[in-house]
Ligand binder design. Structure first.
Ligand code: HMG
Ligand code: MG
Length: 330
């Protein structure tokens, strides 16, 4: 298992988008900017900063334009934003984000719940956005959600995932992120899906996006690494979830991912102690404890008493699930 692991891994930080989209607390724009600018000082080179979706669907990220325009980032940091349609693309274009992150689902029901469109309609809209992005010389990251399990339809057939991935790649997508949206995947399933997909898609164009609902995200990363994947998405302090996927808790915490990669001697260019500071900042901004395990451990060493006290509060991950359930009843 430890042989033939990659020497270097690309970490895509999705907390400011995947994390904050799921928070019931409205985070002030300057706080979002502060968090993203701190993340950009950790060595992270790829950060998803917001989405340009309907503010009626995701009010938490309604200030995307302002966030993107206010940010001051060091050279070499690439920022992406999630875009559902051409209207969102027009906003994204005003900000200079690159890559453009398009998204769709591997099941009909999740697709309808998440974007109010079935799969074939979603493919047509994604194609429009990819084409506009390419015309403007932008790169495109595509997310395919619920590739292992769907909260509405159960286990997802890898063959249907393969067929959708091929359609996305044929559009000219540069990177394809495979979403375990509800954190239900297991290492065997990860290895199997990557084995099937790598026949058709270059491994360096594939990313894995794990939510950590059942505590399997890190072991799934190991399975992904062993299968040759070199790009992983994660969210600072483990914030996150999809408001239109009941049961979707936070993403894999970026600190937990970097701790594992450091221990394997895999380069990321990211400074773990600076990431911990970002996790602490995220907790301060949200006014609650967040689920990242490495973060909890690092903060408890600093201040054991206050950690014990605050641990008696409801954990952030549970709040995220509750947020998700509230979202679905909209
Ligand atoms: P709809 O209601 O079917 O859209 O929503 P519509 O075209 O009928 O428009 C309705 C209204 O929204 C109109 O405004 C539009 O102008 C406006 P009104 O006339 O009523 O005032 N509108 C927009 N406004 C701003 N920006 C836009 C935009 N588009 C339309 N881009 C729509 C369709 C796709 C817009 C909606 O369903 C939506 O925004 N969904 C996004 C849901 C979302 O963001 N989910 C979470 C992200 S996905 C995720 O988390 C998974 C991921 O992390 C990977 C994984 O974990 O698997 C990526
Ligand atoms: Mg996600």
């Amino acid at each position: 298992m430890f042989e033939n692991l990659p020497k270097r891994v690309k970490v895509v930080e999705v907390g400011p988008r995947d994390g904050l989209q799921n928070e019931s607390k409205t985070v002030a724009t300057p706080d979002k900017v502060r968090l993203i600018e701190a993340l950009a000082q950790t060595g992270l080179r790829n950060i998803e900063i917001t989405s340009f979706v309907s503010p009626k669907w995701i009010p938490q990220l309604a200030d995307g334009l302002e966030v993107a325009r206010t940010l001051k980032l060091p050279p070499g940091v690439r920022v992406s934003a999630l875009v559902p349609n051409l209207k969102g693309y027009e906003s994204a274009k005003q900000t200079g984000v690159d890559p453009i992150a398009v998204f769709m689902s591997a099941t009909e029901t999740h697709s309808l719940k998440n974007i109010n469109k079935g799969i074939s309609e979603a493919l047509a809209v994604v194609e429009q956005v990819v084409s506009a992005s390419k015309t403007d010389g932008k790169s495109v990251r595509a997310y395919l959600s619920v590739v292992f399990s769907c909260p509405y339809e159960g286990k997802v057939d890898p063959k249907s995932v393969e067929s959708l991935c091929q359609k996305l790649m044929a559009m000219g997508v540069d990177e394809l992120s495979l979403g375990d949206t509800i954190g239900a995947a297991t290492p065997k399933e990860v290895a199997e899906l990557v084995r099937i997909l790598k026949e058709k898609i270059e491994l360096n164009k594939m990313a894995l996006h794990f939510h950590d609902t059942r505590g399997t995200a890190l072991v799934n990363v190991m399975a992904g690494l062993a299968a040759g994947v070199t790009t992983f998405d994660a969210s600072v302090a483990g914030m996150g979830g999809c408001p239109y996927a009941p049961g979707a808790a936070g993403n894999l915490a970026t600190e937990d991912l970097v701790y594992l990669l450091d221990s394997l001697g895999i380069e990321t260019g990211i400074d773990l102690s600076r990431l911990v500071e970002c996790g602490r900042l995220a907790e301060e901004i949200l006014g609650k404890q967040l689920p990242g395990r490495y973060l909890r451990s690092a903060l408890s060493k600093r201040n054991p008493k206050s950690e014990q006290l605050s641990e008696s509060k409801e954990p952030g991950a549970i709040e995220s699930v509750n947020d998700a359930l509230r979202g679905i009843s909209k």
